[in-house]
Design a protein around this ligand. Sequence first.
Ligand SMILES: [Mn+2]
Length: 291
Amino acid sequence: MERGNQNKKVSAILTSDWHLREDTPTCFTGDFQFEQWEAVQFIFDLQAEYNCPVIHAGDLFHHWKPSPWLLSKAAQFIPKNFITVYGQHDLPQHNMDLVDKCGVWNLMINGKLSILQQGHWGWSPKGGKGIIMENREILVWHHLTYLKPPYPGAEGGMAEGILRKYPQFDLIVTGDCHQSFTIEYQGRRLVNPGNLTRQVADQIDFQPAVYLWYAEDNSVKRIPLPIQSGVISREHIDIKEKRNERIDAFVSKLNDDYQTDISFEKNLERFFESNTIKESVKNIVFKAIDV
Ligand SMILES: [Mn+2]
């Protein structure tokens, strides 16, 4: 089936934040493994159809240490010509010095994917080079990027600001923010593909997607991924909210436009960004909470 634009050549498939996992997210009432592997298979088939690279912007696994079963499944079903960077979820204790312990590393040494030199979580593009594809320079970056801040005081940056700040790149593919969007600025483009599967109740209306990228005019086409309907529940959150008036009162003070799925880990990251904490201390904390 032809999904792309018939008279243009697909140069790459853009995707991010697969967060492959063996357990079922609390909000998910359907068959999560079915949904996850169907999405992976869909991208596998797209890659076979267009015979182009698949560019993934980080967080391949939900936890850096996948079980042997999850690792084998990933090795079996990951699309060919798969290129990624490390997200914080891929890194033991969020530490680049420990990469040889993680699942993504295992897939790399077994030839299932390639890992770019730059663009990992915590990296900054100062003077960095992108990858060149069909005369276009591409930055793949696991960096929180959004159209509006997902929560008050969000680190990272606004998508247009990032495009303006790094004019050397024709295409910037970002990961970390679990929303799906693209913007264009003076012929250059940023794509934040968003996550592969819905793993939090706030994504009840989210349609996961990948983007086909056309180098010739730097355009994209959004391709929705197959999903089951009616399998995301807010019930566990609603019950909690009912039981706790104090939290209710707090939540009602928050701006409705903000996502409320900030994790404890995300809060820690924010704390570390805005305070001067020794690397050795961060490592001990991340190790203690097993990220
Ligand atoms: Mn992520």
